[in-house]
Design a protein around this ligand. Structure first.
Ligand SMILES: Nc1ncnc2c1ncn2[C@@H]1O[C@H](COP(=O)(O)OP(=O)(O)O)[C@@H](O)[C@H]1O
Ligand SMILES: [Mg+2]
Length: 276
């Protein structure tokens, strides 16, 4: 469904992605893990055409996202839902109007049709009856779910989740994870989830891919990641302090993964949940 080939991206002096390749099968949930600042959000934005690669291609259902004419790109985008890292509800709009936004943007104007779809999307995330509430009246978990309802309202075939559980308490995070699993089962969507919460990864992933130093350095099942032999993967997954990750200013780096000219931003201490 999604075929990422040889993707490179530089912001200023910083090389974010370097020859990054990854594919996502139809109907699966692939979780991309990696430290803060490793380029996970950038990768998602490129899949949906909000950021442009310097090099490489992304095919979504056979269509080259970055070679499409604007009209074709918006048609393709309509098949994708995107849950922003921040949830990004608009504070002065009701839940109903927030969830309805993508429909209105797509030119839907019949209120009864919008209401039906909003009702269905809210039901799918367990928020029935919240239409008239304002975002300020929702808990963090409910805001995330409302954001998810907004990504679902157009019946996407692909959903891109940017750290859907970051900043949530463990129980609420578990609820969101369950929702991701349910949506896959119920709607058969193809999902890409960006995360650095390993517990959530084990709950939702069919397959995991690890982004490190601009590339996908490993892919496999959650079980394979749990038992990973690669020291970088193993340290990330376990959150251990000792290993190739961690104190990047002083410690030795794995030769294969760290060219000397690489600029780096401090990653959070490994194992601290979802710092952003
Ligand atoms: N639009 C942008 N302009 C300049 N730098 C950016 C932009 N978007 C992201 N970056 C930088 O790219 C790096 C990767 O960012 P991001 O993809 O958000 O990482 P992650 O989601 O894995 O935390 C960060 O250092 C970030 O500051
Ligand atoms: Mg991010």
């Amino acid at each position: 469904m999604i075929e990422i080939d040889n993707l490179s991206k530089t912001y200023g002096e910083r090389r974010i992605l370097r020859h990054c390749s990854l594919s996502v099968n139809r109907g699966e949930t692939l979780v991309v893990i990696g430290a803060s600042g490793s380029g996970k959000s950038t990768l998602l934005r490129m899949i949906i055409g909000l950021a442009t690669p310097d090099d490489g291609t992304i095919l979504v259902d056979g269509q080259d996202v970055h070679a499409l004419a604007p009209a074709e790109l918006s048609r393709l985008r309509r098949r994708m839902g995107y849950l922003f890292q921040s949830g990004a509800l608009i504070n002065w709009l009701t839940v109903r109007d927030n969830v309805a936004l993508p429909l209105v943007e797509r030119g839907k104007t019949v209120d009864s049709e919008i209401d039906d779809r909003v009702e269905r999307a809210l039901r799918n995330v367990g928020l029935s009856g919240t239409e008239k509430l304002m975002p300020s009246q929702l808990s963090g978990g409910m805001r995330k779910r409302a954001g998810l309802a907004r990504s679902l309202v157009t019946d996407p075939e692909i959903i891109l989740y940017d750290e859907p559980t970051t900043g949530l308490d463990p129980v609420t995070a578990h609820i969101i994870d369950q929702l991701v699993v349910e949506l896959r089962a119920k709607l058969g969507v193809t999902s890409v989830v960006v995360s650095h919460d390993m517990e959530g990864v084990y709950r939702v992933a069919d397959r995991v891919a690890m982004l490190y130093d601009g590339r996908i350095i490993a892919t496999g099942t959650p079980g394979e990641f749990r038992d990973a032999g690669d020291p970088i993967v193993r340290q990330f997954v376990s959150g251990a302090l000792d290993g190739p990750l961690g104190d990047r200013s002083a410690g030795p780096r794995p030769k294969s993964a760290s060219p000397p000219n690489r600029e780096e931003e401090g990653a959070p201490p490994q194992g601290s949940p979802n710092k952003e």
